[in-house]
Design a protein around this ligand. Structure first.
Ligand code: CP
Ligand code: NVA
Length: 301
């Protein structure tokens, strides 16, 4: 962030790797009970939800309260956003009441507008294009179980969606190889791929999940139908991308499995993988709170 400008947390591609490293390390410190003691006393976070949420809402609220602060949660329906007040005007007003704003919305342009017109830090709690807080938690979770991601092979299997785009950003920032296996019409953001490759990242796109998972250190998937997507015909395109025991058997012997949740058991992942010994999905969910406490502390200091 430039001097005088709020410290936004908008996307993983907008940082120097050292800043992201510091956030993960602070998240680990909070988890271990070694973080700063209640550094956000008196601070208030507004959370704007234009899409549903369980984890993002509760992890930000619990995290903010543990840091000594408080939250106000807003949904589109119960604010003037639902009646057409612009994001820019909402940003200006919320900035007069609260110390930071987290938003979950559809269009990334709304996130950018909020960041442009807010005079307080803005945090991306998911857009149609990315989900950076999730992937920060995923990186923290991998490191906790297996050490550094650098040099490792991560296989993204299924829809090339918002979480996949944040993984593409993370692969360049944290130095892992990312293999994406997706049906041709559902390949991930070309912009994210181009950015990562330009930064020296290794992103390989393919359509065969078996090739992507071969020897991989981490297998990641997500829902076939992201929030706001109503194209039910995707299920037939994505059926060959289910993460099941047969697919996991191709990965490295100590490979982990991740899913940002909510999972659609029996679709993108089987019960046997979700509940199996390689699954770290509950740690991923928990680590949302720890790493977001680090992000909140960074944004507000
Ligand atoms: N993973 C995640 O962001 O979950 P929610 O939609 O429940 O917030
Ligand atoms: N890709 C999913 C992630 C949910 C946390 C969605 O956008 O709905």
């Amino acid at each position: 962030a430039k001097p005088g400008l709020p410290r936004h947390f908008l996307d993983i591609d907008r940082f120097e790797p050292e800043t992201l490293r510091g956030l993960i390390d602070l998240g680990k410190a909070y988890k271990a009970g070694r973080g700063p003691d209640r550094p956000l006393v008196g601070k208030i976070l507004a959370m704007v939800f234009e899409k549903p949420s369980t984890r993002t809402r509760v992890s930000f609220e619990a995290g903010m309260k543990q840091l000594g602060g408080d939250v106000v949660a807003l949904t589109r329906a119960d604010t003037q956003l639902g009646r057409g007040e612009t994001i820019a005007d909402t940003a200006r007003v919320l900035s007069r009441f609260v110390n930071a704003i987290m938003i979950r919305t559809d269009s990334p342009a709304k996130l950018d507008d909020l960041a442009r017109y807010a005079t307080v830090p803005v945090i991306n709690g998911l857009t149609d294009d990315s989900h950076p807080c999730q992937v920060m938690a995923d990186v923290m979770t991998y490191e906790e179980h297996r050490g550094t991601l650098a040099g490792k092979v991560v296989a993204w299997v299924g829809d090339g969606n918002n979480v996949a785009a944040s993984w593409i950003h993370a692969s360049a920032q944290f130095g892992c190889t990312l293999r994406v296996a997706a049906p041709a019409p559902l390949m991930p953001s070309a912009k994210a791929v181009a950015w990562a490759r330009q930064r020296g990242g290794r992103v390989d796109l393919m359509t065969d999940p078996a090739v992507a998972v071969e020897g991989a250190d981490l297998v990641v998937t997500d829902t076939w139908l992201s929030m706001g997507c109503r194209d039910e015909s995707r299920a037939s395109l994505l059926a060959p991308y289910q993460v099941n025991d047969a697919l996991m058997a191709r990965a490295a012997a100590d490979a982990l499995f991740m899913h940002c949740l909510p999972a659609h058991r029996g679709e993108e992942v089987t019960d046997s993988v979700m509940d199996g010994p390689r699954s770290v999905v509950w740690d991923e969910a928990e680590n949302r709170m720890h790493v977001q406490k680090a992000i909140l502390t960074w944004c507000l200091s």
